[in-house]
Design a binder for this molecule. Structure first.
Ligand SMILES: NC(=O)C1=CN([C@@H]2O[C@H](COP(=O)(O)OP(=O)(O)OC[C@H]3O[C@@H](n4cnc5c(N)ncnc54)[C@H](OP(=O)(O)O)[C@@H]3O)[C@@H](O)[C@H]2O)C=CC1
Ligand SMILES: O=C([O-])CC(=O)C(=O)O
Length: 454
């Protein structure tokens, strides 16, 4: 396996966008496998193995030097050591593409785009994705890495080289590019992490505007070229409003498929409850984060459970729950930045893994998880047409349902309304990016802060 630069964006590429389209066509007819191997950046070569590919075509493209382990000739580089482990007997002597068809041991490759792929969070996340701990140990994966400029292109090449050198058996393709219309082609998951950090003296409204433009463009690109059922997880801040912008610019993709990452907040809240109750973190369940990924978020101790019991029965210290717990979770990101000098990256990557796994595995009976999702007929009375973190359950099919059996008392409701007001104000700031008004309507309050901004 080796990585491939998107043709139109590779600095020294002689390939044309037309060739990229050809690759897309090849992918459609090759449900089981697509391996790509550039000989050099100016001469790329592709090994394509599909259920209907001829043996001759495969042989023509197979590099002579990789005749595999233990005398097996039907191998491609390192892959033959791990592929098709259940195939026994003489099967491996047959054409290796055919063997996949016969044994049905292959899952279709899942195609995952990651923006901000050269950044700190991706530095941790990509290796988790490639290792199989996100989509499963039997799920081959193709990674499509998106950067923002020619400047970042070289960094992406470095990232791709490290992925290659890690010899992940499930990693079937790595491609890099800076044009979302190429990188997002046919992707089934888009993890949108890339965003500009807030610079010195930059107003909150400026941040909303600058990053909003990124997510408007990426929404349009997803709408044009991604899988019609692509699942989109927005991490780049301010993630709720960026997710709203993205989905509004992708009208052909179900709005329900868009998520803003609030799982890190959920994990932080679970950690605090576990510490206070002196229990292992896995005893904490039913943890909801309501609202915005900001300092107005509402970590819900009312519905949370500790070892199956309501959290308030285990932690009797109401003052702590009302004041310290809530504030600690809201400001955890900022505290971390103060101590570490940079925003959370490894724990964010872990929470992205958790967020995806919550959608691709069934939610344990009686439990739920938090995600920032589009409000469209929500049962709680929260304003519609924003992205708000709420409790969700999934059957493991990538989709989710909102949880209805939750109690919202006055304490929660008052705070939920504050976070809602903040998101409505953010929405007014980006009206020009969602076809609903002018930038001048933007009025953001002191409360509108990222967790890392105090
Ligand atoms: N929701 C959550 O829970 C959390 C969210 N975050 C947010 O995640 C984001 C990323 O954090 P982190 O990885 O630490 O930041 P980094 O600054 O390390 O990385 C950001 C990356 O994004 C890239 N980038 C910028 N603009 C674009 C674009 N238009 N398309 C693709 N890539 C782009 C940058 O590369 P270059 O400009 O060189 O191309 C850079 O590599 C931030 O917005 C942060 O606030 C962080 C923690 C938690
Ligand atoms: O503010 C930031 O960039 C970091 C952040 O979102 C968090 O730590 O929750």
């Amino acid at each position: 396996m080796a990585f491939m630069a998107a043709a139109a964006t590779a600095p020294s590429s002689s390939s044309s966008p037309l060739q990229l389209h050809k690759h897309a066509a090849a992918r459609r007819s090759a449900p089981a496998l697509l391996l790509r191997r550039p000989r050099s950046r100016s001469h790329r070569n592709h090994l394509v193995c599909s259920l209907d590919a001829t043996k001759q075509a495969v042989q023509e493209e197979r590099p002579a030097a990789v005749n595999g382990v233990a005398g097996r000739t039907d191998c491609y580089g390192v892959f033959c050591t791990t592929y098709d482990l259940r195939a026994v007997g003489a099967r491996w002597r047959t054409d290796w593409c055919k063997r996949d068809e016969e044994t049905k041991t292959w899952k279709k490759v899942v195609s995952v785009a990651v923006s901000g792929a050269a950044g700190m969070i991706s530095n941790h996340l990509l290796f988790k994705l490639a290792s199989g701990q996100v989509f499963g140990p039997d799920q081959p994966i193709a990674l499509k890495l998106l950067g923002s400029s020619q400047r970042s292109f070289q960094k992406l090449e470095g990232v791709a080289m490290e992925l290659e050198d890690s010899l992940y058996p499930l990693l079937r393709e790595v491609s890099i590019g800076i044009d979302p219309y190429e990188v997002f082609q046919d992707v089934e998951w888009a993890l949108l992490i890339g965003a500009k950090p807030r610079g010195p003296g930059m107003e909150r409204a400026d941040l909303l505007n600058i990053n909003g433009h990124i997510f408007a463009q990426q929404g349009k690109a997803l709408n044009a070229v991604a899988s019609r059922n692509v699942k989109v997880l927005v991490v780049g801040n301010p993630c709720n409003t960026n997710a709203l912008i993205c989905l509004k610019n992708a009208p052909d993709i179900p709005s329900k498929n868009f998520h803003a990452l609030t799982r890190l907040d959920e994990n932080r809240a679970k950690c605090q409850l576990a510490l206070k109750a002196s229990v292992f973190y896995d005893k904490i369940s039913n943890m909801t984060i309501w609202g915005n990924h900001s300092t107005t978020q509402v970590p819900d101790f009312v519905n949370a459970r500790i070892d199956g019991k309501p959290a308030r029965q285990v932690i009797r210290d109401t003052k702590w729950l009302h004041e310290e717990f809530t504030k600690t979770v809201q400001k955890r990101g900022g505290e971390l930045i103060q101590k570490r000098g940079r925003s959370s990256a490894p724990s964010t990557a872990v929470s992205i893994v958790d967020a995806i796994r919550s959608l691709v595995t069934p939610t344990p009976e009686g439990d739920w998880f938090s995600s920032g999702v589009y409000t469209n007929g929500n049962p709680y009375g929260i304003a519609e047409d924003i992205v708000f973190s709420m409790p969700c359950r999934s059957k493991g099919d990538g989709d989710y349902e909102l949880v209805t059996d939750v109690t919202i008392d006055d304490f929660l409701w008052e705070r939920i309304k504050k976070s809602e007001a903040e998101l409505l104000a953010e929405k007014r700031c980006v009206g020009h990016l969602i076809g609903e008004g002018e930038e001048e309507l933007c009025e953001v309050t002191e409360d509108t802060m990222l967790p890392g901004e105090q």
